[in-house]
Design a protein around this ligand. Structure first.
Ligand code: UDX
Length: 471
């Protein structure tokens, strides 16, 4: 392994904490900074504040050795060669990313620069943020020879962030200085040179010594746009297949087969073509809005991005109407809601379509009994338990006496439900699936009326075909 680099990561959220432990895993010396002293204490004492596979193991392995936690930003910056900014860039009211946390951190960094440092944008930021960071450092009197600012966007998916970091499709570095680019090359050398994958403890994945990670070095602006454009394109793929799903339903076509047929074209690929309730999370909704805002600021008409968001919002209406069409009336109905997280494999409920749909159903007078393998506590914070919002301890308790079972998040646990047992506990055997987890024939065989997205509804003979309500 190449010589360790002393790295400071500012921000211990989804991106910063994963980056900190992974930099330690590939051999570097990391100081992870957060201004939330309680969080720093929890991390230093062994706490694992987010639900990420392999994170507990890597934190246990590197805590106090390859990675230390502190709230003392100045000391951390002074002792580091590279300073990664990984603080939140939440969506502001206009759709623009709120960069006030980034600016606050840059101002603090400026006061601590005692020698040449590479300041690295890890947070997802709009193009030209790099310019602004440089300007703020100048304004704080930092000598130009004492810093460079580079962009190193992350492409981590929640739930698989550690693997996405250690086995990336690509590492993007946006640097307008060769000196700074060289520092980033050294940092990622264990992955791009492949030496990490040779280690006996290396986490197995798609990269290896013979197929090491790829590094793309470009300008800062290009790197900043690569991040926004990648997320916007993935969101576009999802909204496209959802729009096709809504058309497919009108002619009794099957969107799962359509996506399979499309995905067999190597230019399209099968991934991110799963129709359903649409996308959520802390990235796609925010990044599509931020990218559209950037285009507007630059005087470029990028209406396509507004359509991506519009289709995504409509998809929740489409699902809500499926529930109404299957149940006729909603007041007094008891609905089992399986899933609260924005996707399976995470406890994150930020911009979760599941939460939005549940809120609408409760507003319409229904009672909802919800279960999620990981997101219950976080959901309770935004959707407190009440007479008509019940938190069940398992799938079958949620489904007890339900007028219908709704699938809102694509958890594997839900795809493997014991359908015989489910049919015994529900009041009526009706499943409305917002994530197309089941094969329609299996649902018919188990006596269910089954409504899903972009596929013909299946109904028990005596039920009759559910009517489709327009959005
Ligand atoms: C995304 C990007 O994938 C990642 O590269 C970026 O760094 C952060 O944003 P994440 O938001 O964690 O990652 O989740 P992802 O797996 O991309 O799913 C996003 C949303 O799209 C989820 O709500 C998921 O349910 C939905 N989705 C995904 C679909 O509806 N259909 C699909 O085919 C794929």
């Amino acid at each position: 392994m190449s010589k360790p680099v002393s790295i400071c990561v500012i921000g211990s959220g989804y991106v910063g904490l994963v980056a900190a432990v992974c930099f330690a895993e590939i051999g570097h010396q990391v100081t992870c900074v957060d201004n939330d002293e309680e969080k720093v204490k929890v991390l230093g004492e062994g706490g694992v504040p987010i639900f990420e596979r392999y994170l507990p193991e890597l934190l246990a392995k590197h805590r106090g050795r390859g990675v230390v936690f502190t709230s003392d930003l100045s000391a951390a910056v002074e002792q580091s060669e590279a300073v990664f900014i990984a603080v939140g860039t939440p969506q502001g009211d206009t759709g623009a990313a709120d960069l006030s946390y980034v600016e606050a951190v840059v101002s603090e960094i400026a006061r601590s620069i005692n020698a040449y440092k590479v300041i690295v944008e890890k947070s997802t930021v709009p193009v030209y943020t790099n310019e602004w960071i440089r300007r703020v450092l100048h304004r704080h009197g930092v000598k130009p020879q004492n810093f460079d600012v580079v962009s190193n966007p992350e492409f981590l998916r929640e739930g698989t962030a550690i693997m996405d970091f250690l086995h990336p499709d690509r590492i993007v570095v946006g640097a307008n200085s060769e000196r700074a680019a060289e520092v980033l090359r050294r940092i990622y050398d264990p992955l791009t040179g492949g030496s990490y994958y040779d280690q006996p403890y290396a986490l197995p994945g798609r990269c290896g010594t013979s197929v090491p990670a790829k590094l793309l070095v470009t300008s800062a602006q290009s790197a900043e746009i690569i991040k926004h454009a990648s997320n916007a394109f993935l969101a576009l793929k999802i909204s496209f297949i959802n729009a096709v799903a809504n058309l497919a339903e009108t002619v009794d076509a099957d969107i799962v087969d359509i996506a399979a047929g499309m995905g067999m074209d190597s230019r399209i690929g099968p991934r991110f073509l799963r129709a359903g309730l649409g996308y959520g999370g802390s990235c796609f909704p925010k990044d599509v809005a931020a990218f559209h805002w950037v285009a507007q600021q630059q005087g470029v008409d990028f209406q396509l991005l507004q359509e991506v968001s519009k289709v995504n919002e409509t998809q929740k209406e489409v699902f809500f109407n499926k529930v109404r069409a299957a149940l006729w009336t909603l007041p007094g109905k008891r609905l089992a809601a399986l899933g609260l997280a924005f996707k399976g494999g995470t406890d994150d409920i930020r911009d979760s379509p599941a939460i939005d749909v549940i809120k609408k159903l409760i507003e319409a007078g229904a009672t909802v009994a919800a279960y999620d393998p990981a997101a219950m506590d976080r959901a309770r914070e935004v959707l407190p338990a009440s007479e008509r919002m019940i938190y069940a301890t398992n799938i079958y308790e949620a489904a007890q006496d339900a007028d219908a079972v709704l699938i809102l998040t694509d958890w594997r646990e839900f795809a493997e439900i014991d359908l015989t047992r489910l049919n015994q506990v529900v009041r009526f055997p009706i499943v409305i699936d917002g994530r197309n987890l089941y094969k329609p024939q299996a649902m018919l065989d188990h006596g269910f009326t089954y409504v899903s997205v972009g596929r013909p509804p299946c109904y028990q003979a005596q039920e009759g075909k559910p009517r489709k309500l327009m959005v």
